[in-house]
Design a protein around this ligand. Structure first.
Ligand code: DAH
Length: 330
């Protein structure tokens, strides 16, 4: 009689096992049949006491082998469920990940930041001004009146817009921010002005209708040309290295007097880097600064030009083509 019960239980187990598709129901099935306290197999062992004494040994073995069968089947089913899980899961954690590309600053911005860092360490403050400027700030206030030949060198993009008598244009240099700052703040002043400037130039290896400048202006009592030289030599050595040579050449700018251009000797070649000079008294009088009391110096450097020299870039076009093969090199 117990033989039949054992056989029935085995069948019941096999049928139920076929329906099992996940781990939680597998665990339930395990508890139902071979649970330590209340499993159906445990109950069979209790029945053993009611069997004929000479049958007990054989029946005990039969129950034990059912238990073993159940344990083995359960662990096989468990393996099967686990292997299927990996295959059917929508996310495969063993699949190689995607590489996340990190962006970087454009080379011109890197150089602009390096240049600004040097001046910030020397105690300069940053000022900015509008890219759409008036004729007055861009030229007249800087001692470049109408009909002045210096205007021809700045091939200007004029805007189709006038307000009063003033014409609007895209600024051709960052120097108008000198004027805006001096009108707004009292000396002493020590500022740098980073920014985009625009000229109607045909693009080629050394020209671009948009490029970048960094303007500098220092105004105070007793500021001399020696301060100008010391500042710019310190800056150029910080940027290009201590072993470079620097040369000041006399030049002309309407808003500085005297004026100079500065060259740097790199690998046997003199390269023009910037323009500078002592602020012209005519500029001070335009903004109401007493030129008997105050003096000052100013400078303007071309960031694109410096970048070409420093990184040996042959053409300005590379900066504006946005070709990643170029940009990723820096
Ligand atoms: N604004 C000049 C230019 O774009 C550069 C320059 C020269 C700026 C001399 C200055 C300066 O402040 O003192 O050509």
């Amino acid at each position: 009689m117990l033989d039949d019960v054992i056989e029935k239980l085995k069948k019941e187990f096999i049928d139920k096992l076929k329906e099992i598709k996940d781990e939680p129901s597998l665990l339930n099935l395990k508890g139902e049949f071979i649970g330590r306290k209340r499993g159906k197999v445990k109950d069979l062992f209790k029945e053993l006491g009611k069997a004929e004494p000479q049958e007990r040994g054989r029946l005990g073995q039969a129950i034990n082998s059912l238990k073993t069968f159940i344990e083995k089947s359960l662990s096989e089913k468990e393996k099967e469920i686990k292997s299927k899980k990996v295959k059917t899961d929508s996310e495969d954690y063993t699949y190689p990940g995607f590489r996340i590309e990190r962006g970087r600053k454009h080379l011109l911005q890197q150089v602009m930041d390096d240049v600004m860092d040097i001046f910030l360490k020397m105690g300069y403050h940053i000022e900015t001004g509008p890219e759409v400027e008036t004729d007055y700030f861009n030229f007249t206030a800087l001692n470049i009146p109408e009909e002045h030949p210096a205007r021809d060198e700045h091939d200007t993009f004029y805007l189709d817009y006038e307000k009063g008598k003033d014409k609007y244009l895209l600024r051709t240099h960052t120097s108008p921010v000198q004027i805006r700052t001096m009108l707004k703040k009292k000396p002493p002043l020590k500022i740098i002005v980073p920014g985009k400037v625009f000229r109607k130039d045909e693009p080629d290896d050394t020209h671009s209708p948009v490029f970048h400048q960094l303007e500098g202006l220092v105004v105070g009592e007793g500021i001399s040309f020696a301060d100008l030289k010391g500042t710019l030599i310190t800056f150029l050595k910080a940027l290009f290295g201590d072993d470079i040579q620097v040369r000041f050449r006399p030049s002309f700018f309407p808003f500085t007097e005297p004026s100079a251009e500065v060259d740097v000797l790199l690998k046997g070649e003199w390269l023009e880097i910037l323009g500078c000079g002592m602020v012209d008294p005519a500029v001070f009088s335009e903004v109401g600064i007493d030129s008997e009391k105050y003096t000052g110096f100013a400078f303007g450097l071309g960031i694109d030009r410096i970048t070409m020299v420093k990184y040996r870039v042959k053409s300005l076009r590379y900066f504006y083509d946005n070709d990643l093969r170029f940009l990723r090199q820096f």
